[in-house]
Design a protein. Sequence first.
Length: 543
Amino acid sequence: MPFSSVPESQKTMCAIVAEKAESSPTQRFAVDVEGRSLDWATLNDARLAWADGFVELGIRKDDVVCTILDSGLQSLSLWLGLASIGGIDASINSEFRGRMLAHALKTCQPSLIVCDAAYLPHLLAIADELEGLPTVLSLGDHPDGFADARVRTLDTLPPASGQSSDFLRSPQWHDIAAVTFTSGTTGPSKAVKLPWGQLNAINLGTFPIDDMNDGDVFYCFTSHAHFGAKSIPYNAAMVGAQVLIRSRFSIKSFWPDITKFGVTTACLVGTMADMLMQDPESPQGKTTLRNLFMAPLGPSYQKFADRYDLRIATVYNSTENGVPICSGWRPDNARSIGRRREGYPGFEVRIVDEHDNEVPDGTPGECIVRSAVPWTMNAGYLNNPEATAVAWRNGWFHTGDALVRNPAGDYSFVDRLKDVIRRRGENISSFEVEADVKLNPDVAECAAIAVPADTTEDEILLFVSKRPGSSLDAAGLCAEIETRMTRFMVPRYIEIIESFPKTQATERILKTELRRRGLGPRTWDRQHRRYIGDPAAPELAAP
């Protein structure tokens, strides 16, 4: 069956909001955990107000606006307003600071930055590293005594003139709905351009939504910098449901939120589910939650489903894809990611060797993907044509992940070909960890690797060699990097070593040897504040 065009029934979220504001103006759509809410008419008014504000600030079609915000009703309205004039929201993780924040801004080359007041100090601290700081629009209250001529606030904007009506447009499938950063697996993080067609394809593939309707409540607790902060509300809008927004995941708040707001549909990674199972305050039986997306599944996914009498679906996806592999409601086992997705938008999946030759079933290889419908996968990397060409070589998108397919057509995840660590639901680049650690002048070389965590994911083990004459130790290094690194990237384990094993020809560090070595008696454990080889010693004072 050919997939030459987009089905007429599929609309962008901007179009859905505009239509719902006419047909169901007082129906509540979005609510946050503080109880504030937006009905369709109010959301549409907020969308148009933001569109007008962006036009007043000089933003036009295809201009990039970097946002450093928490998820919430305001960030949702802002995104839709920007999209309604053709602007592009490039969301940056609010925990980024220092070198990583500077890299993100240099990559995006924004015309405007919208920043929550709480994150202004991090932004202004790296302003001198940028070729020029564009206008910064600050949201929220500033610290006492704050003053900076480069920063504007909402109350300094001119009154709404309505001139945005000259620039309003209904986003099309090929328009960029958002820019989201990857974890940066083989180098610095890349900014992925996600078309509206891709967001829609993600939503259609994540949940089998045929029986979802206006009685459902979707739970969104992802960072504003994650595409989930946009795709989950969009998914709810597609079926006429509601969405509950929390700015970040909280174990203690998960079940109370489910009960208080009647949540029916949520997304978790396997480790989150494990933590919820272990929490003594978690309920023991059925709740309002009945639909759960979980990726990766984790070993206890079936126990979770049985305890709470709910159904679980999983998929294979990344920031760059549009869910080419999905399981339906009953995954076969904890390692399964499902089968190739049938129907719209016509995904093709191959498992190949290093030369893009397909490998036999049962043989691990790199997963490469393409689709029959334009704009249902990523539109490349923002301001990085070289990386785009490499990823899309031979007409297929190369995921960098090793999968294996069995003769029945079921896929399992094997490993990441790229050097990435998954920790606490975040994909972390070892390159990024190492680059931050090397800012310490006493560090000669370092290498970050993944080691098994207490859950199904990873912890970070950092090996460091110090410069001659340095008295650097693991505890002191950790105390220093904790003050400036993104929290989820701070290694749990640190070991100071004399020298690194390296290749003879290129003098590159042999991480395979470091992985084989793993944890040892001279490894310092940040969680317990002591060396592994001396468990009887008193815990070190927290830095």
